[in-house]
Design a protein around this ligand. Structure first.
Ligand code: NAD
Length: 477
């Protein structure tokens, strides 16, 4: 089946122009709600990546010598260009990845904000300073690393690409971006915004395609740094290639985050966080707090309140602005979630609701919102990233046990603690092995710097401008 408004692109964005790709191979995007093909893009070949890297190298020669203020002006204009195209980008995203409107609003709104923030920081960048020590006068210069390969996933495609691209451009680097095959069509609009902002030719390049195209960007000797967001399995392969070439890498990877309710938690605060923190985009977010730890006496009440909340969510067509939960991104991912649902049942977890495909829909990759109770740390659904609308509840008896349960996963990306006493919650949070924590699920600054651990990150996780720079010292006696 094909969408009537199908978009087929045969070009990639290289050297400031939309050029016909060398590759004739294609990758298709399928609407997860309708199962219709919404479009296709080139699966870029090594020749395509060579052309993009060559353009980025050429552009780097002059872009590196622009001032922070000059780069700031362009970045602010890119943000304006995104704002002008926001509705078109959002609609296209929902058609490609099946994200409900409230989620794409957030994705595109944050992307615009990241470009503005990077513009502000670029304007204030300290390029060089003099340090006097041990009888030497040394000029310390912050210089851009060079060409950055930026590889993004499909779940928050605009903002995750923005974190990489905006900060790399602000630092004076040039970029070869490779979006996810599921969400490439929207990046042509980003390219238009870049052209309109007056970005010099070759400073920003976008090559489309799948894993092989991504791997070719990573391996390319002309690419000086990789910024990658995706699954831990892909991240290991990217890290291996980067290690072979001694290439700097920042990687944001998978997650299996937890919410811990202390015995004075307000259950309503927790329930209110389910949409945005536990199962955002049907649980397809790296920070989803899908594992919930509850004091044993509260377990039944919390499970019941969570089930009521999930029942109340509008579930279905992601293009409907009222929808809170929609489909899973692909058939393949739906099968993976089903495998986990089966393993939960087989390993003896208590199924409270859901547990399989949502059979009320004839088309679309829908999984019914699912809750398992009495889940223990030996179960796969407790420890492994499911990336679907599945919450697990685990009872604990002591706070020591809650900390041990929280940390009983190889991931350590995000989490939340619930207590009416913020000091107590903060003290408890100090003991948890994770990079980013929300107290009572209140978000502070949305632009959070995370130092993450173990299988959730490499190189500190989130890139800031400094991550795309290196320091050079010029000493005089
Ligand atoms: P994925 O790893 O399959 O793909 C991510 C991107 O990497 C895509 O563009 C893909 O084409 C490319 N890619 C895949 N293998 C590659 C390789 N060997 N070399 C180079 N490029 C390669 O991930 P996905 O399914 O698109 O995204 C979901 C995953 O991303 C989840 O595990 C999620 O937790 C993670 N994620 C993490 C964060 C974070 O901030 N930590 C944010 C969003 C998503």
């Amino acid at each position: 089946m094909t969408d009537q408004n199908k978009i087929d692109r045969s070009d990639i964005f290289v050297g400031g122009k939309f050029l016909d790709a060398d590759s004739k191979a294609r990758v298709e995007a399928v609407n997860p709600a309708t199962e219709q093909v919404v479009g296709s893009v080139p699966d870029s070949s090594e020749t395509d990546i060579d052309r993009a890297v060559a353009a980025a190298q050429e552009a780097f020669r002059s872009w590196r010598h622009t001032t922070g203020q000059e780069r700031a002006q362009i970045l602010a204009a890119v943000a304006d260009g995104i704002a002008v195209r926001a509705e078109e980008i959002k609609a296209l995203l929902t058609r490609q990845n099946g994200a409900p409107r409230w989620w794409v609003e957030q994705d595109v709104g944050l992307a615009e904000m990241v470009y503005r923030q990077a513009a502000g920081e670029a304007a204030e960048l300290e390029e060089e300073r003099i340090v006097e020590a041990m009888g030497h006068r040394t000029l310390l210069r912050n210089e851009p690393i060079g060409v950055v390969g930026a590889i993004a996933p499909w779940n928050s495609p605009q903002v995750l690409l923005a974190f990489k691209v905006a900060n790399a451009l602000a630092a004076g680097c040039t970029v070869v971006a490779k979006p996810s095959p599921e969400t490439s069509l929207d990046t042509y609009l980003l390219a238009e915004a870049m052209i309109e902002a007056g970005i010099p030719n070759g400073v920003m390049n976008i090559v489309t395609g799948g894993r092989t195209a991504g791997a070719a960007v990573v391996k390319h000797p002309g690419v000086n740094k990789i910024s990658f967001t995706g699954s831990t399995a892909s991240g290991i392969s990217v890290a291996t290639e980067c290690a072979k070439a001694l290439k700097p890498l920042t990687a944001e990877l998978g997650g299996k985050s937890a919410a811990v309710l202390l015995d004075d938690a307000n259950i309503e605060d927790f329930v209110a966080s389910i949409q945005r923190e536990c199962l955002p985009f049907s649980g397809q977010a790296c920070f989803s707090t899908t594992r919930v730890m509850v004091p044993r006496p509260m377990h039944d009440d919390v499970v019941e309140a969570a089930a009521q909340q999930l029942e109340s969510f509008k579930f279905g067509d992601p293009a409907d602005p009222e929808t809170i939960m929609g489909p899973i991104v692909s058939d393949r991912q739906r099968e993976r979630v089903e495998m986990y649902l089966k393993s939960g049942i087989d390993q003896g977890a208590g199924l409270v609701m859901g547990g399989g495909r949502a059979d009320r829909f004839d088309t679309g990759y829908y999984i019914a919102p699912t809750i398992f109770r009495d889940v223990d740390a030996n179960m796969r659904i407790f420890a492994e990233e499911i990336f679907g609308p599945v919450m697990t509840f685990t009872a604990y008896d002591t706070e020591e046990e809650a900390i041990a349960l929280h940390d009983a996963t190889e991931y350590g990306l995000s989490g939340s603690v619930f207590s009416r006493d913020l000091e107590r919650a903060t003290e408890f949070a100090r003991h948890l092995d994770t990079g980013q924590l929300l107290l009572n699920a209140q978000r502070g600054v949305p632009y959070v710097v995370r130092d993450m651990y173990n299988k959730s990150a490499v190189g500190g996780g989130v890139d800031r401008i400094a991550g795309f720079q290196q320091t050079k010292g010029i000493s005089q006696p």
